[in-house]
Design a protein around this ligand. Structure first.
Ligand code: PFF
Length: 445
């Protein structure tokens, strides 16, 4: 069977943006900005996005389009009889681990669709509502199962039909809802302290861990370092441009994160939440914002529904990486692969959710099981994958070939020597330094 292809360049941009924009922009971004001290983190994150994220995103798409393969196959095709395919395999592992906790958080979002219908009222205990939900045993597991079933269903039905259609209308609506939240948040009394937290960097608090978390967040939010964009690039037509499409994806993703920050932090300070409260920050703060606005029930309902959809378009790209690998390399059918792998991911998702309830005494380096999965995949596997992909593109595939692939057909953004220097030297060295320094501060201070 011929490999499926995106039907248009716009279709590709929307699917890749659908992968990028998700829980990472709203839930993970706000929670990590909060725990890592605010604006200084945001600054490092933005620099990483443009200097490291954009060139690497382009590189991954080019690797995919050139080889028309899944991540493992792509490395094998360009460097046969070498161990480079292990970078692709590491990506498949990262996709597996990320989806198993991503689906839990997406399940929280689904549960909140119904909590919103029950009404968010001023004066409610939203912290208690969130803690009550995640520390219960069955509801989070059931919502995790529902979310995985949806993801499996879309992947089983194929790339173009499944993925492309799902992204087109819903994302602009999510964007509009975020703007409504920004307006409400900024007009709350005491919002200024949140704006300052988000925008005025305090460089005194920056440690190696701040850098590592910022790099990890950039990779996570752009779906980078695990071959998701190699996979999506492999369904791209030769005549479609790469560099501009990648620019759109990075721009949209970053825009959504920054707007989400303006929707959340002013409200965090105005309503008396703790910015460093961790993984529940958005789930505790946003309902309180809805409670403080007219028609908050309807807005709250729509918001969590769309957040769940955004999570779904990201989750399908995570599952697709693993499924494309077994379909291409092991000859499984798409349906078999989606069902079997999705089922296993559901099971590996059980420890992180039980880590909030029955197993809440289990911790590693002070992190619960969900944070441990997240840290291992997002702050270690993704940067390592990105670093090795950069070295591979520059020194094995050679930047000359990468640039040729990226520039045909030429877009408004033209790749040249600057790219050779970035991807060949600056990116691998800076990511390596950040990883070593970050892990050192995490483990020994
Ligand atoms: N980028 C997604 C988000 O920000 O929610 C998460 C993600 C999707 C990470 C796909 C990695 C990936 F391959």
């Amino acid at each position: 069977m011929a490999r499926e292809q995106w039907t248009s360049n716009l279709g590709f941009i929307l699917a890749a943006a659908g992968s990028a924009v998700g829980l990472g922009n709203i839930w993970r971004f706000s929670y990590v900005v909060g725990t890592e001290g605010g604006a200084a983190f945001v600054l490092i994150y933005l620099v990483t996005i443009f200097l490291i994220g954009y060139p690497l995103l382009t590189t991954e798409i080019a690797l995919g389009r050139k080889t028309q393969k899944n991540p493992v196959g792509a490395f094998k095709a360009l460097a046969p009889n070498s161990p480079w395919w292990l970078v692709g395999a590491m990506g498949v592992l990262a996709g597996f681990v990320i989806l198993s906790f991503y689906s839990i958080v997406a399940g929280w979002s689904l549960a909140y669709v119904f909590k919103a219908l029950g009404g968010f009222n001023a004066g409610d205990d939203f912290t208690g509502m969130f803690v009550g939900h995640i520390t219960s045993v069955w509801p989070p597991i059931i919502w995790h199962a529902v979310f995985m079933a949806l993801t499996i269903g879309i992947i089983a039905s194929g790339v173009v039909n499944g993925i492309q259609r799902a992204t087109k209308i819903l994302m602009p609506v999510l964007f509009l809802l975020l703007i409504v939240l920004v307006v409400r948040g900024l007009t709350l009394e005491g919002a200024g302290a949140g704006v300052a937290f988000f925008l005025t960097p305090n460089l005194g608090d920056v440690t190696g861990e701040t850098f590592l978390r910022a790099v990890g967040q950039s990779f996570f939010t752009l779906s980078l370092g695990m071959g998701a964009l190699i996979t999506y690039g492999s369904y791209l037509k030769r005549e479609d441009n790469i560099s501009d499409s990648a620019g759109w994806v990075v721009g949209l993703d970053t825009g959504v994160a920054i707007i989400a920050g303006f929707a959340i932090f002013p409200a965090v300070f105005a309503l008396g939440f703790d910015p460093a409260s961790g993984a529940g920050l958005a789930f505790m703060t946003l309902p309180a914002v809805f409670a403080a606005m007219p028609a908050g029930t309807i807005f709250g309902f729509m918001f969590f529904l769309l957040l769940s959809v955004a999570a779904l378009t990201s989750a399908i790209s995570l599952l697709e990486v693993v499924v494309a690998w077994v379909v291409d390399e092991k000859g499984w059918t798409r349906k078999q692969a989606a069902l079997t792998i999705g089922g296993i991911i559901f099971l590996t998702g059980l420890p992180p959710t039980l880590g909030m309830s029955l197993w809440s005494n289990v911790t590693f380096l002070g992190m619960d099981i969900l944070d441990t999965y997240d840290f291992f995949a997002s702050d270690i596997l993704l940067p390592l994958g990105g670093l090795l992909t950069a070295i591979f593109a520059a020194h094995v595939w050679k930047t000359k070939n990468a640039v040729e692939e990226i520039n045909s057909p030429k877009g408004t953004i033209v790749f040249g020597n600057w790219y050779t220097i970035l991807v060949g030297y600056i990116i691998p060295i800076s990511v390596a330094v950040v990883m070593v320094w970050g892990l050192y501060t995490k483990l020994f201070s």
